[in-house]
Design a protein around this ligand. Sequence first.
Ligand SMILES: Cc1cc2nc3c(=O)[nH]c(=O)nc-3n(C[C@H](O)[C@H](O)[C@H](O)COP(=O)(O)O)c2cc1C
Length: 235
Amino acid sequence: MRAMHIYDAVTSRKSVRAYTDQPVPREVLERVLDTARRAPSGGNLQPWHAAVLTGDALTAIRAAAADRLAGLTTGPAPEYPMYPEKLWSPYRERRFRNGEQLYESVGVTREDKAGRVRQFSTNWDLFGAPVGMFVFVDRGMNHPQWSDLGMWLQTVMLLLRGEGLDSCPQEAWSVHHDVVTNVVKIPDNLMLFCGMAIGYGDTNAPVNTLVTERAPLEEVVTFLDAPGALTTRVD
Ligand SMILES: Cc1cc2nc3c(=O)[nH]c(=O)nc-3n(C[C@H](O)[C@H](O)[C@H](O)COP(=O)(O)O)c2cc1C
């Protein structure tokens, strides 16, 4: 295991959307996921459930996703809305900019709808990653437990960085959740939250040159040393 400073782990993590074929040793995945159990959760509920797929399991998901894309099968409605129906400022602009930068990185223009669909569809191949993780949540859980899942996911992603590995969380799978749950059987009380591509990033892939932007500190954090108002940007 390589030692990596926590700041380097955070700043070097990014969503990697192209991978090499290099397999990920099972023991590395186990070490990461074993350590990620230390992620915090309200009341220590530890509400995360994950399946780590490789080999035939992953092949089956890719094949079913390809069938779905080709229109050979239809799926049920998504189980949760990915974003609020109509995003508002500043979130709308941030999302727009994210898409703009992503498509720019692969040379797809705003007018090139087919190009955008092509790039988006790489989600269904898990961006060529050798490992796919799928994360489930109990349907009865509330907002705080969903945030616990986020903390666990980030813990996993940072530990992966410590192992020289890359990742990309994938909410996109919520659209074709049955493709996943036909391969990973889950009880009725659980539902899919997201997938995650895991592997060694292809440093030659143009899509991996993308470094996303962030709002400046003063736009998202207010320091108060006396009673006062939150001044973060809400427009
Ligand atoms: C919960 C979650 C789900 C995401 N789902 C997708 C996805 O389905 N497909 C995708 O390409 N990126 C997905 N992303 C990646 C985000 O687009 C990315 O985190 C954001 O643009 C910031 O870029 P960075 O991760 O490179 O810092 C997801 C990120 C999170 C945290």
